[in-house]
Design a binder for this molecule. Structure first.
Ligand code: QAP
Ligand code: CO
Length: 167
């Protein structure tokens, strides 16, 4: 297993659209294992392959308290199940140190492949639904800061660039 480098906003590689995985093989399973190690080490609750500069549709999530409920989503598709919206203070490993309220659909259906290439469907609500939508956005080159005002996004960007220069 290996810890991978996480790209940080405003790295232009975070804007690349991920391609579907054609075959779920050992190469993809190694990527998944490395992504879990990277996410748990951070620590974080979700990570998309885009964030580790791999532009294939792979997401790992674990929103459990004890970090013992790993979820894998390959080629995920999201449908919104009802109109109700949900606010959450989102963060992102690619935007370290910043948390802002984002509004998203509360209840979604997700269809994806698991680490054996088997299709499955879940209908999460609340935090897991938020997290999956956030991670699927990454696969489409989108970040949670894109939902904020231009002013807020520019301020976050300026602070991150300043911190990086000082480090
Ligand atoms: C996405 O984010 C998410 O700023 C996953 O300094 C977040 O794991 C979905 C993290 C909230 C739903 C709700 C962020 C770690 C981790 C930071 C994360 C930081 C260290 C973020
Ligand atoms: Co993120």
């Amino acid at each position: 297993m290996a810890r991978l480098t996480i790209l940080e906003f405003p790295d232009p590689r975070l804007r690349i659209h991920a391609k579907p995985v054609e075959t779920v093989d050992d190469r993809i399973r190694t990527l998944i294992d490395d992504m879990f190690e990277t996410m748990y080490d951070a620590p974080g609750v979700g990570l998309a392959a885009t964030q580790v500069n791999v532009h294939e549709q792979v997401v790992v999530i674990d929103v459990s308290e004890n970090h013992d409920q790993p979820l894998v989503f390959i080629n995920p598709k999201i449908e919104v199940l009802d109109e109700t919206l949900f606010d959450y203070e989102e963060g992102c490993l690619s935007v370290p140190g910043f948390y802002e309220k984002v509004t998203r659909p509360r209840h979604v259906r997700v269809t994806a492949l698991d680490r054996n290439g088997e299709p499955f469907t879940i209908e999460p609500e609340g935090l897991l639904a938020v997290c999956i939508q956030h991670e699927c956005d990454h696969l489409n080159g989108k970040l949670f800061v894109d939902y904020l005002s231009n002013l807020k996004r520019q301020r976050i960007r300026a602070k991150l660039e300043k911190h990086r220069k000082e480090a």
